[in-house]
Design a protein around this ligand. Sequence first.
Ligand code: ADP
Length: 253
Amino acid sequence: AQTHLTLRQAPTEVKELSQSFDRMLGRLAIAWEQQRRFLSDVSHELRTPLTLVQGYLQSTLRRCQTLSDSQREGLEIAAAEADRTIQVLQDLLDWARLNSGQRHITLEAFDLKAVLLEVAILTPTYQERIIVDIETAPVIVQADRQCLKQVLIHLIDNAIRYSEPKQPVILRLQQQANWAIIQVCDRGRGIPEADQPHIFDPFYRVDVDRSRATGGTGLGLSIVKQLVETMQGHIVVSSTLGEGSVFSVSLPA
Ligand code: ADP
């Protein structure tokens, strides 16, 4: 095999190399698209019957008065598991949709403070755990309302899941120059420094067993990051192990 290129051979060799590199990139892009489509189709095919199963379980639990305690308990566990699996499938679908550019966003001007309060109040543990620490006047942003709600719901859900049941989750909002900054702060277990650069990667989980036990797929933050960036914003985390984490989302105000 030839190990050195002579000057005269170089252009042809370089051209061939560049063509084979292009071919490789093309094959990679096709493989990536096939993988994304497969994930999306499988998630969709599984979610539809599972939603039906969950519907039957819920209606049996509601309507059937003759169930014994153990039968009721069994059905409740099955319904909770179905619920968790549907959420995992929904994450996979969202992720696949975002990666195909199929999710379209609609930017409109609205008051971020009002949306933040709305999401906070709808959080199931609002009374016990959520502290809204907002002193600012309305903050008008140009964003997609649904995307923003999805981002906030996920960050608040994580803050709750990764901290002890009695610990508060604090929501802050401030405006700095042309940026609106939302902070979701918890006093949970924190994230090791080495893991912090990776938590926005798809499927990345710091503690796989614990994450699975709390219902995680490792896709949530990757979806959140993509949604925030689609709205021309950015997200960062600051966290200390054993003390808690702060997720800050900045959006153009
Ligand atoms: P998951 O569905 O596993 O929660 P995410 O993408 O939302 O996936 O988060 C990725 C990982 O980042 C989680 O598995 C968890 O280890 C870590 N993490 C996210 N939010 C927090 C938080 N508020 N406190 C501690 N760890 C967190």
